[in-house]
Ligand binder design. Structure first.
Ligand code: LLP
Length: 448
């Protein structure tokens, strides 16, 4: 069994994140609360840049901002010299508002709206990743209309099956993403892109899936992509400047998970890529990677207050916390499994098996079966590895307010996102005149 590297206990027996006492943070900001260990995020960025940079001549690591994005996180990524993958007007807007350099932004999406084309071209993002033939012609029109030329990567669907939840596989033949190698669509897109006036084709992209706990699929992807590259080089004369292999490296959610390290991934990808390129006599393109989860995932912890404890005799104990489906939909969507500790009793030995339930009006199990220290209402529960696709996927279901997000570093806490207020929940609501509440006296008359 591997140790939980997130479990840092301070001298008061409390869980610490980035040197901050989680009990104090819960008092200061309330719960539920998303916490990030800033140093851990920075370490991961540096690890990617170093491990790949040591093994391949030209590398860009573009953080996949869908995993978690705020103005502050965008600034942090810029400080670390990362690129940024955005997949919507909202992500692009956030990045630009944070002054993230446009030339290091990659614009994604299988359905880009007119607003997104316009914003991307106006901002001059570094690469627009084209996902379909329809998009190629739309983008070409937009670029010409706006008097610019779009720097493009064509997203290829390599036809690779991966060992991960089917909802987060993306490179298989039967996927909505990308242009298939099989069937000739990718080749056609490249041919059209090379001829289009508003398009400057810079290279190819693929992304095979997420939370991958084995590196073998990356190896197979390289073989397929380079063979395809060689074909379009020979047949169409494509000089590929960029080869973007997407993200996907898995992280440890439970002690049973043994994810490959960033070094393992680099060791799988770089030598094989160089060898394959040599084999086909191709120049080395710049290598781009787009990790999301493996940058921020295990840097995140969610804090909850334990409210209700219910024992069903001879069956199980339910512990209800003050969040659930709205702040972490992953157990419901992907059967994701998490681990937790009682944050204010982090030094105590786990002794009871419990089910952790949320407080939504449905069966929103957060953790099906986990062993916790003895606890009581008012204690704090910390769930680990919630840094990716939690805040980013949070909703207002049941009109819950979305939690605050706090960055912790060297014992200092820094607010990244304010907790939503009840007033925020109705801020966008509009009252149609015929539904407006009547004056009090009128209501009184009607009642009388
Ligand atoms: N690049 C592209 C084009 C992607 O679509 C994704 C993720 C990434 C990079 C980053 O992948 P990562 O390194 O984070 O695995 N909501 C799901 C995950 C969806 C991933 C979508 N695309 C979850 O909570 O597991």
């Amino acid at each position: 069994m591997s140790e939980n590297t997130m479990l840092k206990v301070n001298e008061r027996g409390h869980l610490a994140v980035g040197g901050c006492d989680t009990v104090e943070l819960a008092h200061k900001y309330g719960t539920p609360l998303y916490l990030y260990d800033e140093q851990r995020i920075r370490d991961r960025c540096r690890e990617y840049i170093a491990e790949f940079g040591d093994r391949y001549p030209q590398v860009e690591i573009a953080y996949a901002s869908k995993a978690a994005l705020t103005l502050g996180l965008a600034r942090l990524m810029d400080q670390e010299g990362m690129g940024l993958d955005v997949a919507s007007a909202g992500e692009l807007y956030t990045a630009l508002q944070a002054n993230f350099p446009a030339e290091r932004i990659k614009m994604h999406g299988n359905y880009k709206s007119n607003l997104e084309y316009r914003m991307a071209l106006e901002a001059g993002v570094g690469r627009i990743v084209v996902d379909s033939l329809i998009e190629l012609s739309q983008l070409n029109c937009w670029a010409q209309k706006m008097g610019s030329v779009a720097d493009v990567l064509v997203r290829v669907r390599p036809g690779i099956d991966t060992h991960t939840h089917q909802l987060i596989q993306t490179g298989q033949v039967d996927s909505k993403f990308g242009l298939g190698i099989y069937g000739g669509e990718a080749r056609e897109a490249i041919e059209l892109a090379m001829a289009a006036e508003g398009i400057n084709l810079r290279g190819l992209h693929c992304h095979i899936g997420s939370q991958l706990l084995e590196t073998d699929a990356f190896g197979r992807t390289i073989d397929l992509m380079v063979e395809f590259l060689a074909r379009v080089h020979d047949e169409l004369g494509l000089e590929c400047e960029d080869l973007d292999l997407g993200g996907g490296l898995g992280i440890r959610y439970t002690e049973k998970d043994e994810p490959p390290t960033v070094a393992d991934l680099a060791e799988t990808i770089c030598p094989r890529l160089l060898a394959k390129l040599d084999e086909h006599g191709l120049d080395y393109p710049r290598l781009i990677l787009e990790p999301g989860r493996s940058i921020v995932g295990d840097a995140g912890v969610t804090l909850y207050t334990i409210g209700v404890i219910k024992q069903i005799p001879d069956l199980r104990t339910y512990i209800s916390v003050d969040g659930g489906l709205s702040d972490n939909p992953r157990p419901a969507l992907y059967e994701a499994v998490y681990e937790a500790v009682v944050a204010n009793r982090a030094a105590e030995t786990p002794e009871q098996w419990v089910r952790v339930a949320g407080k939504h009006c449905e069966t929103d199990t957060l953790i099906d079966d986990t062993c916790l220290a003895a606890c009581e209402p008012g204690d704090l529960l910390a769930v680990f590895s919630t840094g990716a696709y939690n805040y980013a996927m949070a909703s207002n279901y049941n009109r819950f307010t979305r939690p605050a997000v706090v960055l912790c570093c060297d014992g200092q806490d820094h607010l990244l996102v304010e907790r939503e207020s009840l007033a925020d929940l109705i801020a966008q609501d509009r009252m149609p005149v015929h539904l407006a509440p009547r004056e009090a006296n009128e209501r009184g008359c009607a009642a009388g």
